[in-house]
Design a binder for this molecule. Sequence first.
Ligand SMILES: NC(=O)c1ccc[n+]([C@@H]2O[C@H](COP(=O)([O-])OP(=O)(O)OC[C@H]3O[C@@H](n4cnc5c(N)ncnc54)[C@H](OP(=O)(O)O)[C@@H]3O)[C@@H](O)[C@H]2O)c1
Length: 384
Amino acid sequence: MKRIAVLGSTGSIGTQALEVAAAHPDRFRVVALAAHHNDRLLAEQLDRFRPALAVLADGEAADRLRGHYRGPAKIMAGEEGLIAAATLAEADTVLTSLVGFAGLRPTLAAIEAGKNIALANKETLVAAGELVTAAARRRGVAILPVDSEHSAILQCLQGEGRAGVRRLILTASGGPFRERAKETLPRVTVSECLKHPNWSMGRKITVDSATLANKGLEVIEARWLFDMDYDAIDVVVHPQSIIHSMVEFVDGSVMAQLGRPDMRLPIQYAFSFPDRWPADFARLDFTALSALTFAPPDTDRFPALAMGYEAGRRGGTAPCVFNAANEAAVNAFLSGEITFTAITASVRRALDAHADVASPTLADLCAADEWARAFVARIIPELK
Ligand SMILES: NC(=O)c1ccc[n+]([C@@H]2O[C@H](COP(=O)([O-])OP(=O)(O)OC[C@H]3O[C@@H](n4cnc5c(N)ncnc54)[C@H](OP(=O)(O)O)[C@@H]3O)[C@@H](O)[C@H]2O)c1
């Protein structure tokens, strides 16, 4: 029986994780649910899964929940509440499916409390990969990827020795603007951007997929999850999103993991690992697949991927700045303050202006995160 705490339960990953839990009532007990401000959906989830603890990071939303929720769960607010959910004695596994740097402190707290981590919140590993993986090693806890690409790699590596691995190949859909002319990209609208061709996801990751910053984040995530050099992590554009990623071995053999684009599969694998549990997800029909195609990523039109590699190779606080500047710029784009191409322009300028701190502490990372957000806020008027 897995006793899970879900941080980000009302989001795209969180709701699909709860579907997985509901499909296996004999294998899961949901002990804590946490979200940001969606008190209505959280209340429905509380009635259905009956956890001991409910958290809304937003204090006013927590007050609203107290106003209409009549069940037995204890209600908490703020980061204090998120940390309480992440460290709850009844939990053995924490699914981190909230968005952004906000996941860092709760994830570190969960690791320190000895919980295994099912990690969707890639921004945490990007910003603080060294700190988080060192803490997990010290506490002997597993960090299992929920991201479909990293789940694919984990699946391809089963039964393989580390010495046999030559490189990891992350696949990328290329996003909705894969074939757009470069000069039209500044005019891309928010609603065009939120229409991903293959996946239905939260707003932030959908924008990241369109700029390819998501793939830059995933390269850094792969470096920490699988302890690989950046030179041994490649990206290939595969618009059909059927091959979720691949591993090339030293003898030239390549293993790939295939499946329909359905996040419930990698979510379930993060919980069932190293076993597999039956599921009734729609199956891949090879006779209905017209083609599987591959192309190199276009770093001229989509420079964010190359910036991810650059930040990763610089190390120290640079990946944290890459992530924070991107988060701030994506929010500015979503609220109509800057154009689509100004997102990556902001990240470029933040990376250029930042003085890296090597081997950063948590305090250094929080300072770098704040610096990058303030930097982007300052340059927004120039980018309009
Ligand atoms: N969606 C996917 O298919 C997918 C695939 C791979 C990886 N991921 C990663 O998974 C994470 C979640 O993505 P998503 O698409 O599920 O996002 P989403 O749909 O926007 O959901 C985010 C969830 O986190 C909560 N949340 C946001 N900010 C928070 C904060 N400061 N404190 C507490 N809770 C907060 C939201 O609560 P409210 O609803 O109350 O706002 C919601 O429950 C991201 O790191 C993303 O990169 C997602």
